[in-house]
Design a protein around this ligand. Structure first.
Ligand code: ATP
Ligand code: MG
Length: 396
């Protein structure tokens, strides 16, 4: 297995200090799958103070949970002491943790077999729960008894579905049974943690697996109004939520929630504590995706004036994927959009040839009238771009 030089160096330094150390979790899984891991986590028998003594540059990331970030070659690597987790509460971390000297104990606390493998050059792959086999067979299976593991931390229920969507894996039978059974416990998990998993699920190569959240009866426990989104797999609907939608956060959320009108969609996003930027992008998509958009420049400029250029391109792509515009229509809309842009037509107040200052200088009373006046001028130039001159507009 190939691991980055920095990780190798950190592991060797810990070993030279008399400790055990391994790359662990997601990075081992992803490397075995031939995917580029997002980050590299290291697990070690050394206590945080001992880790800190061995490296020049460290950050106390979560000392109480045993995590120190080691900086190597300007990159950060989380080094965490072998531990046994106590009770999980409403947070990212368990309430209390107990350090242990045993790698096996540390691997046992992890959620799925494919996430419970460790690797070091010295020892090779440590796979005590059949993770390699499950990777080969494409199976998500809990380490230990699924029901117990989901009861400890109900977020794992959503993680199972999320990994199944990211990797295209099936959820093993007993694990799936436990998903159904323990689903009500999800009400105790924080909305932020739930949202992170749902977003990863939606952005994955298999967003349609969101149907599992409904089929297994989880939806009512995700948030008060989540079930209103509707099962994207209802009646065997194949194309409701496909990977053809751009793998971008707001696009995938908007695609999933598109059976709802904008207020209903935004209510769910707020419940799930999505960031304001994503919510406002989803709102624009929800308000505009099914609106008729004639291939006509005035109509198009009007639509363009409602959002920035990047968002408008995003909307056109969304409409085509959702089937609002046929491929031929979509192509025509893109052509016209290109023409409008190349011509430099005014589509926002910023590009208007007249500013509020100009109006005041021309004798308009400062106050709300200024804005109203500018908006009327914009409406005029959206219709007739050649009217966007100071002379014409001040007379207008
Ligand atoms: P990603 O690609 O999303 O980063 P990951 O597997 O690395 O996936 P992380 O959330 O970064 O997931 O967690 C790192 C490792 O910590 C996991 O591989 C798993 O071993 C363990 N882990 C994370 N969250 C939990 C949890 N809720 N319960 C048990 N183990 C967990
Ligand atoms: Mg990770």
């Amino acid at each position: 297995m190939r691991i980055p030089r920095e990780v190798e160096k950190i592991i060797e330094t810990l070993e030279a200090g008399g400790f055990e150390a391994y790359a662990v979790g997601g990075c081992v899984r992803d490397t075995l799958l031939g995917r580029e891991p997002e980050d590299w986590d290291i697990t070690t028998s050394a206590r945080p103070e001992q880790v800190k003594r061995l490296f020049r540059r460290t950050i106390d990331t979560g000392i109480q949970h045993g995590t120190v970030t080691v900086l190597e070659n300007h990159r950060g690597f989380e080094v965490t002491t072998y531990r046994i987790d106590g009770e999980y509460e409403d947070g990212r971390h368990p309430n209390n943790v107990e350090f242990t000297a045993s790698l096996t104990e540390d691997l046992k606390r992890r959620d799925f077999t494919i996430n419970a493998m460790a690797y070091s050059k010295k020892t090779g792959i440590v796979d005590e729960f059949g993770g390699v086999e499950d990777l080969e067979r494409g199976i998500i299976r809990c380490v230990g008894t699924a029901k117990e593991r989901f009861t400890e931390d109900a977020l794992r229920i959503l993680r199972a579905i999320r990994f199944s969507a990211q990797l295209g894996f099936d959820i093993e039978e007993r694990t799936l049974e436990a998903v159904r059974e323990i689903a009500p416990n999800l009400v105790h998990v924080s909305k932020e943690r739930i949202q992170v998993e749902l977003t990863k699920l939606l952005k994955s190569p298999h967003p349609e697996r969101m149907h599992l959240v409904f089929d297994t009866g989880i939806a009512p426990y995700v948030s008060a109004h989540f079930a209103e989104a509707g099962n994207p797999g209802e009646g065997g609907a194949k194309n409701w939520l496909t990977a053809e939608f751009e793998a971008e956060k707001s696009v995938r959320w908007a695609a999933f929630l598109r059976a709802l009108e904008s207020p209903g969609a935004c209510r769910i996003l707020k419940e799930l504590k999505l960031d304001n930027d994503t919510i406002s992008r989803v709102r624009l998509l929800a308000e505009n995706w099914r609106r008729p958009l004639p291939a006509e420049k005035y109509e198009l400029r009007k639509a363009m004036s409602r959002m920035d250029g990047e968002m408008f391109d995003c909307l056109l792509g969304f409409r085509e994927t959702a089937g609002t515009d046929s491929p031929a229509q979509a192509e025509r809309l893109q052509e016209l959009t290109g023409e409008i842009r190349r011509a430099g037509d005014c589509i926002s107040l910023k590009e208007l040839a007249v500013t509020g200052r100009d109006l005041i200088d021309a004798g308009v009373k400062p106050g709300p009238e200024i804005g109203e006046c500018l908006n009327r001028m914009l409406e005029e130039v959206l219709r007739c771009p050649e009217h966007n001159t100071k002379e014409y507009l001040l007379r207008f």
